[in-house]
Design a protein around this ligand. Structure first.
Ligand SMILES: NC(=O)c1ccc[n+]([C@@H]2O[C@H](COP(=O)([O-])OP(=O)(O)OC[C@H]3O[C@@H](n4cnc5c(N)ncnc54)[C@H](O)[C@@H]3O)[C@@H](O)[C@H]2O)c1
Length: 434
């Protein structure tokens, strides 16, 4: 299939208009006005090597694959309080007040729609800007109506939904998630195992709108919604944006393993004071996040293959809600490593990071790449987007790839594949043959 540059508007539909969503949208407005650069975004800043190293063909990713332009993005979203985006930016306190006020004319035009929300799934929050309906199917239909109205008003050519809502309580896939027909019956019966993130996702996928899950809750990571995605030819991706501490972990751990350095313990702790931190203060929401954060090391280090080096690794992750820090989190890592003859050493990392600043470019890339994937005829789980997630979704028979550099190679090769370019293996023996 030949891919062409999209012509019309690309609608970005966001359940959860909090710190990440507002930093993303106001960032796009700032970039459009020349007030900042899209740092951290592979689609905007990254390049891709094509052909042999002697060919010197290294275009920008955005010049290589036909992505939507930032000028063509239009936004809407849902949340539990009737605020506009300017108010959300001020409350979130991520961006400088001067910048937020400069962008006020654009931001205050974006109002949030009434949410599908139930406190049962996010216990630390309450709000009354919430839809009511006779059952969960009715709520899904109301989201569908919101989307159709947005499409009509903005005349969008294509759309992508990105979950930027809070982390829901820990849930395991169960019977009602096992097939589309059971799930649809569950919606009519308002089955408690169907959470709000699944309801938004259902509405989007029915319309063939790609869905990315920025948080660690299940959402589209269930067979029923994967079935729907395949049925409607829709790409899906998740889970949980790989920012901050886990990003650093998936940079450092593959490096240590590559050099066969042993690891005895990895203690990670965080303090953060934003609304996300408040939600994660609930043990059931933290459990969802903890599972997502713990997975990476096991998959990268493969203790079953390297019992001497990683078999006894003690891995602990803590998140502490500490309001004075707001969105400016601090993450400490203490890594107990060992080398030749088992001699111990330590690595300490103190990362003073800004969560939403790291997450915003991920949202942008996912929107543009999922739209590209849809136009390329891809459907179901998009494993090549694992690069962006703490807990990448895969087919059940596969294990997820967590190593950032393997993920990057996979992503770039997928782009080459879309455009009919040769894949790069890094073998390179042919250079030396003559
Ligand atoms: N910031 C990061 O670096 C980062 C990294 C990985 C994952 N995440 C995840 O991204 C999500 C957003 O993070 P944030 O910092 O913007 O949090 P936030 O608390 O500022 O924003 C989340 C918003 O979602 C809203 N919400 C909750 N349930 C909803 C529902 N059912 N419908 C509509 N809105 C709903 C909340 O009211 C809140 O405004 C969280 O799940 C977080 O765990 C963030």
């Amino acid at each position: 299939m030949e891919l062409h540059k999209p012509k019309g508007k690309l609608g970005v539909l966001i359940p959860g208009m909090g710190a990440v969503a507002s930093t993303f949208i106001s960032g796009i407005e700032a970039i459009k006005q020349g007030l900042g650069k899209p740092v951290g975004s592979m689609t905007q800043m990254g390049t891709i090597r094509l052909g042999k190293r002697t060919e010197n063909r290294t275009p920008l990713v955005k010049d290589f694959v036909p992505l939507a332009d930032l000028e063509d993005l239009v936004f809407t979203g849902w949340d539990i309080n009737p605020e506009n985006l300017h108010e959300i930016c001020v409350r979130s306190g991520v961006l400088d007040r001067d910048l937020v006020n400069t962008l006020k004319p654009q931001l205050e035009k974006i109002n949030v729609l009434k949410a599908v929300f139930d406190k049962q799934y996010v216990r630390r929050l309450s709000g009354d800007w919430v839809k009511t309906g006779k059952n969960k199917m009715d709520l899904a239909e109301q989201v569908d109506t919101d989307i159709q109205t947005f499409i009509k008003e903005n005349n969008t050519e294509s759309n992508v939904m990105v979950w930027c809502g809070s982390t829901e309580i820990y849930m395991k896939p169960s019977e009602v998630h096992s097939s589309l027909s059971k799930f649809e019956k569950g919606l009519v019966d308002s089955d408690p195992k169907i959470s709000p993130s699944m309801i938004y996702a259902y509405a989007a996928l029915k319309l063939g709108i790609p869905f990315a899950n920025g948080s660690p809750n299940l959402a589209v990571d269930i067979p029923a919604l994967q079935e729907l995605a395949l049925k409607t030819g829709t790409p899906i991706a998740g889970k949980d944006y790989k920012t901050g501490q886990t990003l650093i972990k998936t940079i450092i751990a593959p490096g240590l393993k590559a050099r066969q350095i042993g690891i005895k313990g990895w203690f990670s702790t965080n303090i953060l004071g934003n609304r996300d931190g408040e939600v994660l203060d609930d043990p059931d929401a933290f459990k969802t996040k903890e599972e997502s954060k713990l997975g990476a090391l096991d998959y990268i280090l493969q203790p079953e293959l390297y019992p001497d080096m990683y078999g006894d690794l003690y891995h602990k992750v803590r998140i502490n809600y500490y309001p004075p820090r707001g969105d400016n989190k601090e993450g400490w890592d203490n890594i107990d490593i060992f080398g030749w003859l088992g001699y111990p050493m330590q690595i300490k990392i103190d990362f003073l990071c800004r969560d939403s600043i790291l997450a915003a470019p991920i949202v942008l890339d996912l929107v543009l790449f999922l739209d590209l994937a849809k136009r390329a005829g891809m459907k179901g789980i998009q494993e090549w987007l694992s690069f962006y997630f703490k807990s990448p979704m895969t087919l059940p028979e596969l294990y997820p790839e967590h190593d950032l550099f393997v993920q990057l190679a996979k992503l770039k090769n997928t782009l080459r594949h879309f455009m009919g370019e040769e894949l790069i293996t890094h073998l390179g023996l042919d250079y030396y043959e003559d």
